[in-house]
Design a protein around this ligand. Structure first.
Ligand SMILES: [Zn+2]
Length: 237
């Protein structure tokens, strides 16, 4: 790609990453309590003042406000900004892997296929960040995250069979479905087996069922070929 195109797309990826990161914060704090992630708009937990658009710019607003609520001075956790920064960095990294590196020597048209793959991979990253922080806070991984994730992973794979990276890159819609479905079953199944054996060996619950659905979601996105790899890394000591 031309460097100007690479840079422009990169800046767009940064803006999307920061915005998604901000929405991820809303998801982390609301989904476990069955609250809507759309309504009401973000507000200060103490003075209940709605957060103005100028105070809601990812990462920058907190710095400009000196880390406190504009109205009541309640300190704003640094974690909001760190989640936004993490999301932005991972999106940029994924942009390099999916779009920049495969197109280093290609000039001319914008690689639409690679940008669609980036959107798909970034969706998985976003779901994983939400799941990770909720798991860290409350040691649960809600089905409201993993089940929609599985559906998106499978449906996108049927709709655009080439969306997954090689070797899970399919040609036909049927293969796109089966790569994802077998990925879901192997990811979930292998984790379930480890959980069952671990629980028998330790005589207590070795890991939560949320880990099983989480690996099933990852499998539905990456396909069975990568699913086996990530299971090996994720569940074995
Ligand atoms: Zn306040």
């Amino acid at each position: 790609m031309m460097w100007a195109v690479t840079l422009t797309l990169g800046l767009i990826v940064i803006a999307i990453g920061a915005t998604v990161g901000s929405f991820i914060n809303v998801c982390i704090y609301r989904i476990p309590w069955q609250k809507s992630v759309i309504w009401p708009a973000s507000h200060c937990p103490r003075c209940l003042e709605a957060i103005e658009p100028r105070d809601n710019v990812p990462m920058l607003s907190r710095l400009l406000l000196g880390g406190v609520c504009r109205r009541c001075g309640l300190p704003i956790s640094i974690r909001y900004s760190l989640v936004e920064l993490l999301t932005t960095c991972l999106f940029v990294l994924m942009y390099c892997v999916d779009v920049v590196i495969p197109n280093l020597d290609r000039y001319g048209s914008v690689p639409v296929d690679d940008l669609i793959r980036l959107a798909y991979d970034a969706t998985l990253i976003a779901f994983l960040i939400v799941a990770t922080f909720i798991d860290y806070d409350l040691t649960v991984i809600p089905d409201q995250i993993t089940i929609p994730g599985m559906v998106i992973g499978i449906v996108a794979g049927v709709w655009l069979p080439t969306i997954r990276s090689a070797p899970s890159h399919a040609i036909t819609h049927a293969d796109g479905f089966w790569f994802g479905m077998i990925g879901l079953l192997t990811g979930g199944g292998m984790t379930l087996a480890v959980r069952t054996l671990g629980s028998l060996a330790l005589r207590k619950e070795a890991m939560g069922f949320g880990d099983v659905t989480l690996m099933a979601m990852i499998g539905s996105f990456v396909g069975w070929q990568f699913s086996i790899l990530s299971c090996g890394n994720g569940t074995l000591p």
